[in-house]
Design a protein around this ligand. Structure first.
Ligand code: PLP
Length: 395
């Protein structure tokens, strides 16, 4: 059976070039870059090259980049640093649709340290209201943390514009760009963004490595304190294979940015059209224009997302649902809930996320298989189309 992997916002395949570049670092070049001997010491050069490549992708300078263990660590480092260096301010502004790496940290800080979190809402297309952004960022705001693009819907936020507003109020700005880096161009050089998080495994590098951009001149307080690595900004022996892989992945992403973006957009749009034409009562979740080129979130009404995923899995199709199973109950996604997606569609929402390796055949296969799955599930569901109104009146 073929495998069609459309879950690239969860994680990506390691690019063959990254795999090739990384494997000598296990059996041959396994030294510690901080060593006095050249066997280890020369690896510091390889880490520096990776930093240069990543800086190029971001439109930043190498000194503005530190390597971390991934997106979650970068998010925590940025927010904690901002709060430590802006200690006279007690407010955090963020959105209701952040990844748990930011969302749960902010809730934790409110609960345990008494910070006031101002939550920005989104409209039914998942977009922010810029008047609300202007009102919520005040001279009491320590940090504004707004993701560059949403992992569930792909909706892109106007982060550069928000950074300008924050800058005027003297607040620091962090963006979780884990889903955006490598998919859309970014030039940090000309922005007021202070911190940007990214993660290797979302851009065809390996898991367990990421980076944080810290704008030159932005005050910084380390989160992981230990040795003198990363110019005293992040203790711990460098993950050299991961860092080298991230450098190679960054170069590939930069080379491929435009052609891959166009291809993914064309294939994603084909998938969207094919599914919407073939499946009645289906809707796209998220704004159609300002969206990552690889992401499609569709709500299939009157069906259960988990059931769709299981049936798709039987056909070798990998995607994600809008619900998460917590303590035995299916919790609808906080993102779709914040957007006010009707409950008839929220549970049946599926995220398809493509990569530059996705083929036309993959997309045609999904368009052929998925409509039958939905039709079948609706036919056996107590919430099937015909029964739905009746079911609502009984409860
Ligand atoms: N932020 C966003 C938007 C994500 O999508 C993810 C991963 O799903 C993360 C942060 C966490 O990144 P990592 O898995 O590298 O810790």
């Amino acid at each position: 059976m073929r495998t069609v992997y459309l879950d690239n916002n969860a994680t990506t395949m390691t690019a063959p070039e990254v795999f090739e570049a990384v494997h000598p670092y296990f059996l041959e070049r396994y030294g510690n870059p901080s060593s006095m001997h050249s066997f280890g010491g020369k690896l510091a050069r390889d880490v520096a090259v990776a930093r240069e490549k990543l800086a190029e992708l971001l439109g930043a300078t190498p000194q503005e980049i530190i390597f971390t263990s991934g997106g979650t660590e970068s998010d925590s480092t940025a927010i904690m640093s901002a709060l430590a260096t802006m200690s006279d301010r007690r407010e955090i502004v963020t959105t209701r649709v952040e990844h748990p790496a930011v969302l749960n940290l902010c809730k934790h800080l409110a609960r345990t340290k008494g910070y006031v979190v101002r939550w920005l809402s989104v409209d039914k297309e998942g977009k922010l209201n810029m008047d609300e952004v202007r009102n919520q960022i005040t001279d009491q705001t320590a940090v504004v943390s707004v993701m560059w693009a949403n992992n569930e819907t792909g909706v892109i936020f106007p982060v550069r514009e928000i950074a300008e507003i924050a800058y005027e109020r003297g607040a620091l700005v962090h963006t979780d760009a884990v889903q955006a880096v490598g998919k859309i161009p970014m030039n940090l050089d000309s922005s007021s963004i202070d911190f940007l998080s990214l993660s290797g495994h979302k851009l065809h590098s390996v898991k367990g490595v990421g980076a944080l951009y810290i704008k030159k001149g932005t005050r910084f307080s380390p989160f992981i304190i230990g040795g003198h690595q990363e110019s005293d900004r992040r203790g711990g022996t460098e993950n050299v294979p991961g860092i080298v892989g991230l450098g190679v992945a960054a170069s590939l992403a930069l080379q491929e940015l435009n052609p891959a973006g166009l291809r993914m957009r064309r294939l994603r749009d084909r998938l969207q059209k094919g599914l919407l034409e073939a499946v009645p009562r289906a809707r796209v979740n998220g704004n159609l224009e300002s969206r990552l080129p690889n992401t499609l979130n569709i709500g299939f009404e009157f069906v259960e997302g988990e059931a769709i995923l299981m049936r798709m899995d039987d056909k070798g199709i990998c995607a994600s649902s809008g619900s998460a199973c917590t303590s035995g109950a299916l919790e609808p996604s906080h993102v779709l809930r914040a957007m006010g997606v009707p409950f008839t569609a929220v549970h049946g929402s599926i995220r398809f996320s493509l990569s530059r390796y996705t083929t036309e055949e993959d997309i045609e296969y999904v368009i052929r298989e998925v409509p039958g799955i939905i039709e079948f599930l609706r036919s056996i569901s107590p919430f099937g189309r015909e029964n739905f109104d009746a079911a609502c009146t009984i409860h």
